[in-house]
Each structure stands twice: as C-alpha cells, then as structure tokens.
Design a protein. Structure first.
Ligand code: PEP
Ligand code: MG
Length: 318
C-alpha cells in the first residue's frame, strides 16, 4: 500500500477485530531506544552485546546498570525485554571471544558463555536488577529478561534460577535453536515466556550461515521447515498459556506478521521503521483471516509458494 496510507494508521498493533498483537522495537543502544519510543509499544529485544562491541574488558556492573536504566526509563510504563549477552559467532566481543573455534556459530556463543566465563551472566543480571531497583515507580518499565541460544530445558532452568536470584520477575529464553523449538513445551515449563529468533532459527534449521548472502534462499524464514518450528513453538505457548513472541527480522515483513498472528504469536518485535507496515497489515485483517493465511503458508511446498499464497490471499494489498 502507499506510504501515506500506511502512515495514516496509528496506535497499538491489533487485528481488524481487536485482537492485540503488540508491536515492539529491536534496539541495540539507549539512543536507539529513545529514537524508537514514540513509534513502538515497547522493546521486544534489547541486544545488550551491541553496547559492548568496542569494550576490551568486561564492563563493570555500575556501567552496565546505567545503560540498562537508560533503556528502561525511555520506555517507562511499557514493556522492555532485555537480552543477556549474545557474544560469539556473528557478534564477536573482545572480552568474551572464543578465538580458537572452527565453527563459531556452533560454538560457545550466547548463553553458552557461562561455560567459559563463569559469572558473566550473573553480573549482567545483577546490573539489570540494580537498574530496576534504582528507578522510582513512575520511571519504571515492565522489565522482562531473556537468554539467547538456549538449546535445552536444563539451560532454561539454570538461567531462570539466576535471573530470579537477581530479583527479576519475568524470565524467558529465546527459541532460535531447533532443539528448543522441538521441545518448546518443556522449555516453557521452566520460564515465563519465550521469544523466537527467526534469524538464527532459519540459520540452524537450514544449516545455512546467516552471513552468506548467496544462501539467502535457504535462510528464508518462509521455508516450510522454519514455519513448522515457529508453529510448534506457538502451539506450545497456546497449550501452556504463556507468551510466545517473535523478535527476528521476519516479524517486520507485513505478510509474515499476518501469518505469525494467525499462528498465535503474542507480540512482534522488529526494527522500529518496519512497525507501520506491520500495523497496517494487521489492522486490515481479522484474526480468522490471519489464521487462514497461516494455514495457506503452512500448506505450501516451498518458501516462494508460501509467500505467494499469503500475498494473493490478503485484501487490501499490504
Ligand atoms: C534472531 O536470531 O532472530 C535474533 C533476533 O537475534 P540476533 O539477530 O541478534 O541473533
Ligand atoms: Mg539470534
């Protein structure tokens, strides 16, 4: 649809029949958060590692606390999902790098850093807990925390234990490894919510390096196998009554946003600039229409057919 028509639709993310699908921002710094706050309902992914890309040594708890408090304050009264460090593979951090890995994407990255750097996640959680406690109620956000690259329920449990010990109430994990999607109900039994990282979920499902442009056709989040894992995770959320969000870039594709809503995904987080198109698409379709589009996508034999089936099924055009 034309840009001005899309921009004219404002307010929260909902389907045409009023089913809420909050539209949240992916941010990497406090400046990103301030920039996105007028345009989004909350933060669905704060990539904390972005703050520390240039750090030679692990930032102190006080420095981390100040940065987290800035993001929380920017979204006072709204939801902020903070992700613990996702260092490694495509996000090398000087103070947390595993330099001798032959397969860094399959190595000690994300939550797995607890194996090589004891205490790093606890210090980050302590900093976050301190940031929450430092702010008065009127500058407080609804703070959720999640860990990246979780593969097993035992990892989810260990993270939840550490986060609750730091005083954080809402604890979740990312589902971006196929093992976690396949066992989503067992993972959800350990935590309060999950968030699908479709960038890595596509990479690991299709065994295609997310940094290799020539593999883009395989990395496509419309691949039936990726959609199957998203559906399985969403179903686990419905079965357990717990939130299942999506914070991979696929949430910012308006056609995919309709499919995700139809699958029962409870919030969508994306680059702030993608929100108007997703909002417009959702507002033009009922939840039942989204369910029909999701069924059409899931029935398709390949990514191209899935996308085309949804594109042909939407009215008006999004
Ligand atoms: C993802 O993998 O989809 C995700 C949101 O995390 P990142 O892109 O930071 O790995
Ligand atoms: Mg990821």
């Amino acid at each position: 649809a034309a840009e001005e028509v899309v921009a004219a639709v404002t307010g929260p993310g909902t389907t045409a029949d009023g089913h809420a699908v909050p539209l949240l921002a992916n941010v990497g710094t406090p400046a990103d958060a301030r920039d996105a706050q007028g345009r989004t309902e909350g933060v669905g992914l704060f990539r904390t590692e972005v703050l520390f890309l240039d750090a030679r040594t692990e930032p102190g708890v006080a420095e981390q606390t100040a940065a987290y408090a800035e993001v929380i304050e920017a979204y006072a009264g709204r939801k902020v999902v903070i992700r613990t460090l996702d260092a490694g593979a495509d996000k090398p951090l000087a103070f947390a790098n595993q330099s001798d890995e032959e397969n860094p994407a399959l190595g000690v990255r994300g939550y797995r850093l607890v194996r090589s750097l004891p205490g790093i996640v606890e210090r980050q959680l302590d900093a976050l807990g301190a940031a929450v406690r430092a702010l008065p109620t009127e500058r407080q956000a609804d703070v959720w925390v999640m860990a990246p690259m979780i593969a097993t329920p035992a990892e989810a449990r260990a993270f939840a234990t550490a986060a609750r010990a730091a005083g954080i109430v809402k604890v979740g994990v990312m589902v971006e490894v196929p093992a976690a999607a396949l066992r989503a109900e067992a993972i959800l039994a350990e935590v309060d919510f999950v968030s699908l990282g479709t960038n890595d979920l596509a990479q690991y499902t299709m065994a295609a390096d997310r940094l290799r442009g020539e593999l883009a056709d395989l990395l496509d989040p419309w691949q039936p196998a990726v959609l199957d894992l998203v559906r399985a995770t969403a179903e686990a959320g419905v079965a357990t009554g717990k939130p299942v969000g999506v914070c991979g870039e696929s949430a910012g594709d308006p056609l995919m946003a309709l499919v995700l809503a139809g699958l029962g995904i409870t919030s969508l987080s994306m680059a702030a600039g993608r929100v108007p198109a997703a909002r417009y698409a959702l507002r033009a379709h009922t939840l039942d229409a989204c369910r029909a589009l999701a069924a059409a996508a899931l029935a398709a034999p390949d990514a191209e057919t899935a996308r085309a089936a949804v594109r042909d099924g939407v009215t008006p055009e999004v």
